[in-house]
Design a protein around this ligand. Sequence first.
Ligand code: SF4
Length: 325
Amino acid sequence: MDKILEVSNLEVEFQLHRKKFKVVEDISFSVNMGETLGVVGESGSGKSITMLSIMGLLPWTARVTSGSVTFKGIDLLEDENITKVRGKDITMVFQDPMSSLNPSLKIKTQLTEVLIEHEKLSFNDAYSRSLQMLNLVGMADAKSVMERYPFELSGGMRQRVMIAMAMLCKPSLLIADEPTTSLDVTIQAQILELLRGLKEKFRTSVIFISHDMRIISEIADKVIVMYAGKIMEKSDRILFFKQPLHPYSKGLLMSVPDRKAGNSKRLYTIKGDPPNPTEFSKGCRFAPRCPYASKKCFEISPPLHQVKSSFVSCWLYSHERESVR
Ligand code: SF4
């Protein structure tokens, strides 16, 4: 399989009131052509910051302090390289389309300008390609939608517009950051089906960020679990859902409501809260919430160990294989 994205040892630092602190550390993963990588973890785990680093969209208070991001052999941490591919060969869809769509411009203006800018098409050609893409994403009455403003559309329609916009230039990589979180279950299912179809049609690779394990189990080929700015587990999807290794992964999976049990079964929750990035400890960051934590866990951070074909950052598995770092 052709590898199109490779992230190695990525580290991002924030500066706040002259104090510097790392928000993500030791992030390494790759994405192959046509593959979907699911990235899961609670809010504040560093999922979105990692993706914004790849896109060169970090806020001004943050910077990449080490590591590399390579896309089709190009160094994306170089400003001029990411500027060339962003919005064309790598695109992103966010949870709230209103934050990405311009409320004062009609949909036709926002869609056509992508093609005019990146593919230098005439307005008429850009218009017909945009209309085609709106039809492809299942937008009913696409012609009339082109004439509307974002506030005149429902949440599901706006998300379809965002996906159409992201797919206009047939990107090699689409980063979808919680794209279905604010939608109801029916629209959510439609959007997932749509993403699956588009991925197959254009051979686009997808990084799908979510806190929803059920969605990841449906859409991903492989999975990364992040916690407090680090990768806790990396695995193939089937293996991950059959046999999760990290206590945090197990906790996340146990927290998924069992539809069959209805309200009769009490929902499992992981005790405590994720740490604040300004207070990351030197040991395992999950230790204060982990039922298996030992003294060593609080003192020394576990490296990623390879266990069969998965990778896990937990001392419970240190005897099974040698550390990979
Ligand atoms: Fe729990 Fe220790 Fe493993 Fe961390 S290293 S997840 S505290 S057992």
